[in-house]
Structure formats: structure tokens, C-alpha cells
Design a protein around this ligand. Structure first.
Ligand SMILES: *Cc1c(COP(=O)(O)O)cnc(C)c1O
Length: 396
């Protein structure tokens, strides 16, 4: 047998983390790495946050899982907090981002079906989007590399260019249910939508009775400097999918919706065995205890501005390697003039810094949101050393 026990769907690198220490990871060989990847924008409190660990330990010892057939004081508490903090009136808890998007897709379809409009099932989505790896969420993405081998796709998605309002308008037809969009494309290359685009989608939706469904799985929970990114656009969504940072490393997602948008999601229409279990709820509450306040958001905005300014200054010294810096808050991307994967590996293997590559040749920088000035100094020092040695390596 040559297949590995772990199904070989990930091209895993040689780094094998076994322990976390705040904003660093320690490998099997004992080496320390500065973690500016944070499990791909997940570990927003770093790796050893006492509040999060304590909450999980206490809840694990009290009650880990019960069925959603029973009342849930834990779920009601976290849902109420999310309702109070956002546009939403109601929340469905999931175990992952893709499941949150799946619930959002079903919510949009059910919204129209509930009014007798079963033909309005199509979501307009955007080129280079990423929404997850289930059949529904790969169908929502235009990226053919994720479709290969898995056809046929789920019908009901129409792809148009991101940030192109005219294309979105032209795509509206008798079957349109709404728009599904990331306010800042993550996997697509840390590309923020323009204010005009987001406001335009809202206006089109209002004119045609469509839903604005946001995929904030990566942008949510303070990552971009506001609790959710939609707040910066001055646009109120109908449905939002959230996950990644929400559990701070514990698997937790949610589909947030207004009462109107959720009108079709009545008893018996949707479910999840694990979704909203007391352990995940405890993790979510501990995360909100730490991040859902103006001081924390101010820290993310300030730290994001500082890191961004340092990156802008830095790339000027390496015009052959780097093109521009973009993003919001602590969701930053450096567009490179070369394929970024080799540089990400160089940074990791030779300078012990973790980042992630993303689309459009972009080096993705999504650190824990609790980084301070010293982490930024350490990052910039190692990044500069990596750029120097990369140039030398490329010239050699
Ligand atoms: C990561 C991500 C997802 C998928 O989340 P999973 O937890 O991996 O299922 C969906 N949408 C966006 C924007 C993401 O970044």
C-alpha cells in the first residue's frame, strides 16, 4: 500500500507543529516559528489564551455534547450576544465555514421558496471567490481547479467578475435569489471590494427583492478592524456566514440572518448533530469576552496600520520581488512579482516565519489579532532577512 493514512489531499510541508506559545508555534524538532498565519486566520487570540483554554476545560468537564432536540441555554446565550453585536436577528451554529455558507445558501433559497418563488434559486457569485470545499460551496466558486474530478456541480450559481457592479447587475434574471460575496476576497488574494460595489449590490438587491449574503468566514470576528467587515462598507447584509476566528481555534461557525431573510428556515428544514454544542458555545463566548469590545478593535486597527506602514516601506527596497500591499486591519496581502509559494516556504524553512500564499500572487499575512509591536518588529526583521537571502539565492 502506498497511500498515506492521512488522505493525501494536502501538500503538507516538513514543519510539524506540536505546541503553541502565544504568537509562536514550536515544531517537533523544538524550533520556534513566528506564526503570522494563525491557522489561516483562525487563532485570533494566539495559541495559549488563558480565557479560551479555561472556558473549554471547564465546559468539557461539565457538558460536552447534547442533541439539538433539547433546549440550549449555552446556544441561546451565544446567539443572543451575536444578535446584539450585529445586524442579525437569528443564528444557526455550525462546525465549519463551509457549513455556515451551506446554511446561508439554503436560507437564500428558502427565503424565495417560502414566498412561492421556487424558481428564484440562483446566487450570483464572483470570480476567484472561495466559499469552502463541500459540493455546494465549490459549486458557488468559479475556480475550476476545485471542480476537477467532482462534476456535476450543484446548479444555481452564476459567476461574474469581482468588484464589477455592472456585471452583477447584468447577471440578474428571473431565477436570481441574491448575491454571495466576500467583502474582502481571502483565498482570491486579499482583495477588498470597493465601497461602491458593496453599496451597489445592496441597492440592486433592494430593487429586485434579492438577498445580500456575505461570506465573512475569513473577514469576520474583528479580523479587518471592525467586528464584521460589512460595517466598514456601511452596508447591512441579509445573511452572513462566519467561522474561522469565531472559535479562536475551536471548530465553530455560524450563519447569521435577519428575521425576514430567515423566514423559510422553519422547524425541520435544517440541522446539524454537533452544531451549537455546549463546548463550542463556551469557546465562542470566551472569544467574544476577549474581542467584542472597542479597545480590542482599536488595537486591531492600530496594529494593522503599523504593520501595513512597515510593509509599504519595506517593499520599496525590493521592487523586483514585491508590487503592493492591500487589505484591511490585520488581513493583509503583499502582491508579489513572482509566484509566492516558494517565498512562503523560504520564509518558513530558513527564517522561521509562517505566512500563507493566496491567489493573485499574494503573500497573505493574517497573524493572531493579539500581536504587539515586538511581534511586528520580529516579523519585519525576519521578512527583510528573507527578502535579502531570497534575492541572493535567486541571483546565485
Ligand atoms: C476558510 C473559508 C471558508 C471555508 O471554511 P472551512 O472552515 O474550511 O469550511 C469559506 N469561505 C471563506 C471566505 C473562507 O476563507
Amino acid at each position: 500500500m502506498s497511500i498515506t493514512p492521512l488522505m493525501p489531499v494536502y501538500p503538507r510541508c516538513d514543519f510539524r507543529p506540536v505546541r503553541g506559545d502565544h504568537c509562536h508555534l514550536i515544531g517537533e524538532d523544538g524550533r520556534r516559528y513566528l506564526d503570522f498565519a494563525a491557522g489561516i486566520a483562525v487563532n485570533i487570540l494566539g495559541h495559549s489564551h488563558a480565557g479560551l483554554i479555561g472556558a473549554i476545560q471547564r465546559q468539557a468537564a461539565t457538558l460536552m455534547h447534547v442533541s439539538n432536540l433539547y433546549g440550549s441555554p449555552q446556544g441561546e446565550r451565544l446567539a443572543q450576544r451575536l444578535v446584539d453585536l450585529t445586524f442579525a436577528d437569528t443564528v444557526f451554529f455550525t462546525n465549519s465555514g463551509a457549513e455556515a455558507v451551506e446554511c446561508a445558501i439554503k436560507t437564500a433559497r428558502a427565503y424565495h421558496s417560502h414566498a412561492g418563488n421556487d424558481h428564484k434559486f440562483e446566487l450570483i457569485t464572483f470570480n476567484n471567490a472561495f466559499h469552502g470545499r463541500t459540493m455546494g460551496t465549490i459549486s458557488a466558486s468559479s475556480q475550476e481547479k476545485m471542480h476537477h474530478g467532482f462534476l456535476p456541480l450543484l446548479p444555481g450559481f452564476k459567476y461574474v467578475d469581482f468588484d464589477d457592479l455592472a456585471a452583477a447587475r447584468a447577471a440578474i434574471g428571473p431565477n436570481t435569489a441574491g448575491f454571495l460575496v466576500e467583502p474582502v476576497q481571502g483565498e482570491g488574494g486579499i482583495r477588498p471590494a470597493s465601497d461602491e460595489f458593496m453599496a451597489g449590490l445592496r441597492q440592486l438587491a433592494d430593487e429586485h427583492d434579492l438577498l445580500v449574503v456575505l461570506d465573512e468566514v475569513q473577514t469576520g470576528v474583528c479580523r479587518t478592524g471592525t467586528f464584521y467587515a460589512y460595517e466598514q462598507y456601511g452596508v447591512t447584509p441579509d445573511v452572513v456566514a462566519t467561522a474561522k476566528g469565531l472559535g479562536g481555534g475551536f471548530p465553530l461557525g455560524a450563519c447569521l440572518a435577519t428575521e425576514k431573510a430567515a423566514r423559510g428556515m422553519v422547524a425541520g428544514t435544517h440541522g446539524s448533530t454537533y452544531g451549537g454544542n455546549p463546548l463550542a458555545m463556551a469557546a465562542g463566548e470566551a472569544v467574544l469576552d476577549a474581542v467584542a469590545n472597542e479597545a480590542f478593535l482599536e488595537h486591531v486597527r492600530l496594529t494593522g496600520e503599523r504593520l501595513r506602514a512597515r510593509l509599504e516601506q519595506f517593499i520599496g527596497n525590493y521592487p523586483a520581488l514585491f508590487e503592493l500591499v492591500r487589505g484591511r486591519g490585520l488581513m493583509l496581502g503583499v502582491k508579489m512579482k513572482v509566484e509566492p509559494r516558494a517565498f512562503v516556504a523560504h520564509l518558513r524553512d530558513n527564517h522561521q516565519v509562517l505566512t500563507v500564499s493566496s491567489g493573485d500572487n499574494t503573500l497573505r499575512i493574517v497573524p493572531p489579532l493579539v500581536i504587539d509591536e515586538a511581534h511586528i518588529d520580529e516579523f519585519m526583521e525576519r521578512l527583510s532577512a528573507a527578502a535579502d537571502s531570497y534575492k541572493a539565492e535567486a541571483a546565485a
